[in-house]
Design a protein. Structure first.
Length: 312
């Protein structure tokens, strides 16, 4: 069975953490059900205070006058800074959002001059949040490795020097929500993405059976998207999720996406463990992560059209 997507919502006080034991993840029905219903509720363990402080600091930054925010212009070479960096989708004349990109890891690659100094607590707050997200990521990759029939640390190691980028996106209110998207359709150039969002505004939508389905926020939860890297590694068993963000008239929205990706020199290809009797050959071409990323970042946001280049 091709597992379409793992779009996991990670919440407090819900079901037991799916990564807690191999058995939970290993139970076929559990995994299949979670995947088919497109949601897995897990306790991520990030203190609510840490998420709250992250959201407050980000809100302070986005409230600053434009000329203040522009002191940290987005630099496409290091993928950090403030701006509206994506090329627009075919049907869009404007993406109704702006974003602050910060490198969480490797720490030594951070370009700190692109980290806002207002509000002053932003840097420490991002550090605290990113340390927690990194823990969730490690656990999640551990579980995914197990259900893919590998050692717990296999996916973590496949990333080699793992990269984590935070994209905080602010979507202002919009008086023509039918005509303007906050962010065009795309799949993430990550292995997985861990996304926190505002608790009281729905904006994210995922493509399911040809229609856009809203992902209603669960307070303090994280949404986990499967990205293109995992699609290739899993030989298409886990498909990256096509998603977009709509605008609303009523309320501005902010989201916090942590993208996990391999080192730029990692050559991605379907993992041996994912080749079975039915799929004896890899369904994706080999590609260096750096080359894939260059290709994707220069394209318009057109859902998963870019994946055609890598699919056999
Ligand atoms: O705002 C969201 O909920 C999604 C953001 C997103 O898809 C992205 O940053 O790649
Ligand atoms: Fe995304």
């Amino acid at each position: 069975m091709a597992i379409a997507v793992v779009l996991a919502t990670v919440g407090f006080g819900g079901r037991r953490a799916v990564w807690e034991s191999r058995r939970t993840w290993g139970e076929e029905d559990e995994v299949r059900n979670s995947v088919e219903s497109r949601s897995v509720v897990i306790n991520h363990g990030i203190p609510t205070g840490t998420i709250h402080r992250m959201k407050t600091a980000a809100a302070e930054f986005f409230k600053l006058p434009a000329q203040e925010k522009k002191k940290y212009p987005y630099d496409p070479n290091v993928l950090e800074g403030y701006g509206t960096p994506y090329p627009l989708s075919e049907n869009e004349s404007v993406d109704w959002s702006s974003a602050l990109f910060l490198r969480l890891s490797p720490i030594q690659q951070r370009k700190l001059e692109l980290w806002p100094t207002t509000p002053p607590e932003l840097k420490d707050t991002v550090e605290a949040y990113s340390a927690e997200v990194a823990k969730v990521n490690k656990k999640l990759l551990g579980c995914l490795s197990l259900i893919m029939g590998m050692e717990r640390n296999a996916l973590f190691e496949l990333h080699e020097e793992m990269s984590m980028l935070l994209r905080v996106t602010y979507y202002p209110t919009c008086c023509m929500p039918d005509q303007v998207l906050g962010l065009g359709p795309h799949s993430d150039a990550s292995s997985i993405t861990l996304l926190a969002q505002d608790d009281d505004v729905t904006g994210l939508q995922v493509l399911h059976d040809g229609g856009w389905v809203p992902v209603k926020p669960i307070p303090n939860a994280l949404v986990v998207n499967i990205g293109d890297v995992m699609e290739i590694w899993s030989n298409g068993r886990y498909k990256s999720i096509d998603h977009r963000v709509v605008t609303t008239v009523e309320k501005a929205r902010t989201s916090y996406a942590s993208f996990v990706a391999p080192h730029k020199d990692v050559v991605m290809e379907p993992l041996e463990q994912m080749l079975d009797a039915q799929h004896r050959h890899g369904m994706y071409h080999k590609v260096k992560y750096e080359n894939y990323l260059k290709y994707v970042l220069h394209r318009k946001l057109e859902g998963k059209a870019h994946m055609a280049k890598y699919t056999i």
